[in-house]
Design a protein around this ligand. Sequence first.
Ligand code: IVH
Length: 689
Amino acid sequence: MDAAQRVAALRREIERHEHAYYVLDAPTIPDAEYDRLFRELQAFEAAHPDLATADSPTRRVGGRPLVGFAPVRHVVPMLSIRTETDTEPSGAQAFDARVRRELGLIESDPPVEYAAELKFDGLAINLRYESGLLVQAATRGDGETGEDVTQNIRTVRSIPLRLRPDGSALGAQRGVPPVLEVRGEAFMSRPDFERYNARQRALGRAPLVNPRNGAAGSIRQLDPAMAAERPLSFYVYGLGETRGWEQPATHGAVLDALGALGLPVCEHRAVVCGAQGLIAFHARMRELRDALPFDIDGVVYKVNSLALQQRLGFVTREPRWAVAHKYPAEEMLTAVEAIEVQVGRTGAITPVARLAPVFVGGVTVTNATLHNEIEARRKDVRVGDTVVVRRAGDVIPEVVSVVLERRPMRDLPGDEPLHPAFELPKSCPVCGSAIERPEDEAIARCTGGLICPAQRKQALLHFAGRRAMDIEGLGDKLVEQLVDNAIVKTPADLYKLGLLAMVNLERMAEKSAANILEAIEKSKQTTLARFIFALGIRNVGEATAKDLARHFGALDALVAADVDALQQVPDVGPVVAASIARFFAEPHNLEVIEQLRAAGVSWTEGEPSAVVNSPIAGKTFVLTGTLPTLTRDEAKDMIEALGGKVAGSVSKKTDYVVAGAEAGSKLDKAQALGVAILDESQFRELLQA
Ligand code: IVH
């Protein structure tokens, strides 16, 4: 292929991807792959200026306005920023060096001050406030003209419909400006994305491809009610047109002022000095990346002084004073080498794609989940396929989609795919028992129960888990050997283990064998809630186990309860009640429980519902920040022991927020909603009331 042909092919391919991305909201390749194609085209055009054309995708700024929404002309164009493709720290050095050069600084001049923030992965939105009221929200579009998405943006809870008059000491002025346009990113948080997709999967509907697509789809919904079903978040990172607003002198101060007006500003930002400061911020946020509840694809550095920003100005459509410094991509392409199934603790069969190793989301991934049979078929993943793999946060890697145009085909006849569609095996690959999937469920299960070594191993690991019997050192390698050598069949067998059996295992030193035996011994003294949780009854998680322990007080009362009695427990519905009843109806399970008790596993039994009189029974708490003396788990245990609940996020239903050092957005939210906020000593007082 000569250069002209390659350029034409690249343009066709890029245009196809742009159409899929911007118009259909259904991209077929990851951004990283698109960027690669785009850069290849740019390089060709630079090397062969005669091949450059006015209509090349490289000549365009961004998306194009969609039909269906009224066009909005931006008074101040919405620009994009240059991306530093070097994901290593040197990217920050290169930016700092450029800024210093442009400003004519010499080595002896002091370091430049930068505002460093996160690069949110969503959709740029311009919000226009007039006299404090939100009057319009628009997408970026092509930078000059965007789409009016006011109705949909109004459904985003964190965007104020009215600015809060700025009475804080930070404000450069009091009251609200006549015109204030702010720019920021609308995105879908990972918990909202996971929740939405779990529901879609349960309903047998197509899930969203990734949070960014979820955000784009939500904003571009013509029906605001549909938009509201896909909850979005928003963070402000800059300004558009302003009138009658005295602008602070630095970008950092602008964000502070916007925050004081009630606009959502991300807490993870900093004003730093020079390349060293940028590098440190880049590293710190990379560490934080997995723990954030939303996707970021990098950080953004901006020259902090607005006067210096003005001096630096723009090159074509990009400011010289800002740069995006990326992290390794969270979506990449790789090849499927095989599709296998895994058997979970409750027999759930999960199809898993074995992949050619690929560096994604900062780690090398070789396996990715296909979730279940229905999903695997919907995505139609086959051996040999090129697939998009996603790993974001600490969520397990998943196959997002197949790049169909790269599927290997039979030469002739018929031009059929080389490999057949995936089918779930009829019998368990581990124990050979039948695999069954109830009509109305998405998940197929191995019917082997504890006969199946795979389920047995998972059950043992669950039993020994930290929040269950807490047997330290009983990890998957050891369980694997204990089960494979038929030394341990049920949890009760753990308490019959002797030093001899242990030291005969592979790679087991006498010392560590003794430690594990000691941990097993120690686990005998436990609580009823932990014991119930450890049994691994389907649909009985830690919270339900605690509710059951509290309600029944004693194991025998729980074992004897029928489904009606079980449904008296708060939060236990017919499905959970049926699983519990089914578990205790199984003679084999009762036998194991008897053996455990005989081996000395014990707990203190209490009166049924002993905590109804507790001051916090039924109350919901949210923990945030670091408490002076209590760990999060300790505080949680204290709350739950008294019949309270611990939730992950603050809402109107939250009764108390317990806040420690470096509490972040949850504290702000509690304040905004007027939820009671306690420090550790007030918290302790409340529990003693
Ligand atoms: S500043 C003139 N700051 O990244 C500077 N952009 O091309 C305008 N983005 O689509 C952008 N986080 O939506 C800026 N903290 C941040 C950002 C950010 C995400 C997006 C923005 C734009 C793209 C930059």
